[in-house]
Design a protein. Structure first.
Length: 385
């Protein structure tokens, strides 16, 4: 007898995916690393700062890795910077992470929030359109008209919610926010208090005082200097840490492989990149970033940011091209194809600089290395202007 179709049989693939957390394009850090966070919490015997989910040592293990507990490294940079960031967040000052685009400032802020608060979703994305509603509160106007200014009609910002719950709030690209938004942050960082005068002086909810565990992590790109320069008063409320590009090619190689594994969890869609092809990606980005080849040749540095984040994007795109357009094995040609969109992103002159790199660095290597030959042949045929 034929089985009667159930409601679940009628669900579309999209509906099934929406009901499955693992099916989302990107999980939060606390979701991706939930097992590690539970393991760290279970074995955490150290004192925890007020409002923190983990001790300072456990937060450091979560970010920098601990093989003895099966905790993988997630931030490939200066471990002492991580220590200083943790100490800052225990204290009264906010943490400001600055650096070139693509140096994992946002990732580090997310990891810190996930480990400290267990929730990295209190986020304000700074832009020219950011207004006071994004950092203070707004109103449900239907309720406001029917009930007046009540607590039920209040729509809290991520900052206000983080204050109420004693959590970390992240403000991305703070220097892109208008000056009045930056000024609002001064009182929040200083007083750890937010007034809601519309609720009335007699209402205890009219003043929100931050609970233990609340603090602010802000990020800013060095290339955005001059957009909305921070006032000296706001700077005093933050402890500044500069996140530098990865200097160790071995670290960069490891990070690229780990990021690819997270982006392409399906084994059928993921094809391993051969070591010599991965070396081409790491070498090209590292040498163009530093302006010097491993052979000691001086290289004109392009204006475009040759960050590790862009290296991951190129490796990912090369994998997708090989997987879906073939052949399935990633080659130097796929890498050259995907570099084209990176090189010509900012300045047409960068194309000439990359062409010089291809002729003076890649060409000699192509004489002795088959994969570099494939890369060279593909790169020199591209129109880079």
């Amino acid at each position: 007898m034929a089985r009667k179709p159930s409601r679940s049989d009628d669900k579309t693939a999209d509906e099934k995916t929406l009901g499955n957390e693992a099916g989302v394009l990107r999980q939060s850090a606390e979701q991706r690393y939930a097992r590690e966070l539970r393991r760290l919490a279970a074995n955490d015997a150290d004192a925890r700062p007020p409002g923190w989910r983990l001790s300072a040592r456990a937060v450091r293990r979560f970010i920098a890795g601990d093989e003895s507990q099966g905790i993988q490294r997630k931030f490939y940079g200066d471990d002492s910077l991580v220590d200083r960031a943790i100490v800052t967040l225990i204290g009264a000052q906010g943490l400001m992470l600055v650096g070139e685009p693509g140096t994992a400032k946002s990732m580090l802020s997310e990891l810190l929030a996930a480990a400290i608060s267990g929730n990295s979703d209190f986020v304000v994305q700074g832009s020219a359109g950011t207004n006071e509603d994004h950092v203070r509160y707004s109103w449900n106007y239907a309720l406001l008209l029917s009930q007046g200014p009540t607590a039920a009609a209040l729509v809290p910002s991520p900052v206000l919610s983080a204050m109420r719950h004693g959590r970390i709030v992240r403000i991305e690209e703070l220097t892109r926010c208008p000056p009045e938004i930056q000024d609002t942050m001064i009182s929040i960082l200083s007083e750890k208090t937010m007034a809601i005068p519309e609720l009335g002086d007699a209402n205890p909810a009219a003043v929100v005082r931050a609970r233990p565990g609340f603090n602010v992590i802000a990020t800013a790109n060095l290339r955005d200097r001059g957009v909305h320069e921070m006032s000296s008063a706001l700077k005093r409320r933050f402890n500044f840490e500069t996140v530098h590009p990865i200097a160790d090619p071995a670290f960069e190689r490891e990070l690229i492989l780990r990021q690819l594994a997270e982006r392409l969890p399906d084994e059928n869609a993921r094809h391993a990149i051969a070591a010599d092809v991965l070396d081409i990606i790491v070498s090209v980005f590292h040498e163009l970033r530093t302006g010097r080849s491993t052979e000691g040749i001086q290289i004109a540095r392009p204006e475009v940011v040759m960050s590790t984040a862009e290296a991951v994007n190129v490796a990912h795109a090369a994998l997708l091209e090989a997987t879906y357009l073939g052949p399935s094995q990633v080659t130097g040609q796929h890498v050259a194809n995907q570099l084209h969109g990176i090189v010509l992103k900012d300045n047409p002159e960068d194309g000439k600089k990359f062409r010089a790199y291809v002729e003076h660095v890649a060409k000699p290597r192509a004489m002795n290395n088959p994969e570099w030959r494939v890369f060279y042949d593909a790169a020199r045929k591209q129109r880079l202007s």
